[in-house]
Design a protein around this ligand. Structure first.
Ligand code: 5CA
Length: 443
């Protein structure tokens, strides 16, 4: 992408009401624009990151056996009356009356709708296990929308729903998502710790939140630091074996959110030097709730004995739009965002320090073309801004790698290669700099 043709409205100052660094940086880097309380437009740069996060989420969902579909944002109240949640959900639900006086709502979650889809088509245990997911906008009329995309009213969620014919099988579905979540967040450069959690309005008796540790997190959390240091299961994990050992390795270590915390147990189970009390951002939440929806909504399957039973269910959410905020909270400095390559809006940048110099421009064009040919998402700053402003913008938006081309270097046959994370800069030939960008992207 040529910057001269792009739309990147960066700001010098963040609006005063942005309280946390991720919100300030997202506004300053021209990623989002607020349109109302807790409602945002995704400007081109923000949308790129959103898409990269979605892609990782999709790949890891599919690896764990989940199948994508897409349900609408607007739902009929009738389904929610069947499950008994229509009244119970309260003021967080945005209720709408259509022209025929039908009660509708903007979906805050999709347990009812997916249960309705399931009961229409699936009748036998032979069609199970099944896990269906979508990535769709949700609306929750939060009392206090704040911190930008962290607690929005309209936000993007990945929600998956599992269906099984026994409690044992349903637990394995839960464990598959548990492991998939660890892999997903690791690929985004995050350390997300699974913690026992309260189930709230979704319900059920088994639930974990995935928490990214950050000072600005909304919840207080307590855990064994060994859990933070434990690596994710990794892409080689066989999702179709018994995953209980993989899950237990983690759940045997103490970790709890404020609502579930038991100080006496914490002190008894965790050696003093490993007791971590911190703040955290909830980026994912998984639930096993058995027949809470399938029983009232009569989503039944025939068992091998020919009897009908309500299907065993779980649901699994990831805050896709919230993840942008969480990643920035975990990875930034005083100059701006430091994106991990996997989610960076652009993987590399080419900086032309003298757009009016034909030789410099020729080298830049070559660099841009070669990077693009190699499949590297590249932003080419071909504008005539001053060098200082160009560097500041690149640092603010956090492009991981940069090739800087100026007249002195071109005469000497070299360019400058810089990494955003360390700020380190080296002179080298254009070919070497391009190879470094390709290697950085793989690493
Ligand atoms: N139906 C279940 C699982 S699919 C569910 O809705 N779970 S949830 O309420 O915990 O939401 C799932 C994830 O969405 C949360 O872990 C969080 O990361 C994200 N989320 C929830 N509310 C908001 C919000 N107001 N703004 C941004 N992200 C949110």
């Amino acid at each position: 992408m040529r910057l001269s043709r792009y739309f990147l409205p960066v700001l010098k100052e963040a609006p005063a009401d942005a309280q946390i660094v991720s919100h300030q940086l997202m506004l300053r880097a021209g990623m989002i624009k607020q349109n109302g309380a807790g409602i945002y437009s995704w400007l081109p740069l923000g949308m790129r990151v959103l898409h990269k996060i979605e892609k990782i989420v999709r790949e890891e969902q599919e690896r764990a056996g989940a199948v994508e579909l897409l349900m609408p944002t607007i739902q009929s109240a009738d389904l929610w009356k069947e499950s008994g949640r229509y009244e119970a959900y309260g003021k967080e639900m945005l209720r709408i009356i259509d022209r025929h006086d039908r009660e509708m709502l903007y979906g805050p979650t999709n347990e009812e709708m997916i249960t309705d889809i399931f009961r229409t088509y699936v009748k036998s245990y032979k069609q199970l296990p099944l896990n269906l997911y979508h990535i769709q906008w949700k609306f929750r009329d939060e009392v206090r929308p704040r911190f930008g995309v962290m607690r929005g009213r309209e936000f993007l969620m990945k929600d998956a729903y599992s269906f099984d014919s026994s409690v044992g099988a349903a637990k394995q579905s839960y464990y598959r998502m548990f492991c998939a979540y660890l892999n997903t967040f690791t690929r985004m450069g995050l350390k997300a710790v699974p913690m026992r959690a309260d189930t709230g309005p979704i319900g059920g008796d088994l639930s974990h939140e995935f928490i990214v540790l950050a000072d600005t997190g909304e919840s207080a959390v307590f855990c064994d630091s060994a859990l933070v240091d434990m690596p994710a299961p990794g892409a080689d994990l066989n999702f179709w074996q018994d995953l209980l050992p993989e899950v237990e390795k983690r759940t045997m270590l103490y970790a709890a959110t404020e609502e579930m915390h038991d100080q006496a147990r914490f002190e008894a189970e965790v050696p003093a030097e490993r007791r971590l009390s911190a703040r955290g951002i909830e980026v994912g939440h998984i639930f096993y709730f058995g027949t809470k929806y399938s029983a009232p909504m009569k989503a039944e399957v025939a068992t091998s004995e020919g009897k009908n039973m309500p299907v065993e269910m779980g649901s699994y959410g990831i805050g896709v739009s919230r993840l942008l905020g969480a990643i920035i909270e975990a990875s930034h400095d005083e100059k701006g965002v430091i994106w991990p390559s996997s989610v960076a809006p652009f993987e590399a940048a080419v900086l032309n320090l003298r757009a009016d110099d034909a030789d410099v421009t020729k080298v830049c064009e070559r660099a841009y073309e070669q990077l693009q040919k190699a499949g590297v998402d590249t932003l080419y700053d071909d504008t005539s801004e001053r060098p200082g402003a160009k560097f500041s913008t690149m640092e603010l938006i956090g492009v991981p790698e940069m090739i800087v081309v100026g007249p002195k270097g071109v005469k000497a046959g070299v360019v400058e290669y810089r990494t955003r994370k360390t700020g380190a800069s080296e002179e080298m030939t254009l070919e070497s700099a391009i190879n470094r960008c390709l290697a950085g992207r793989r690493g």
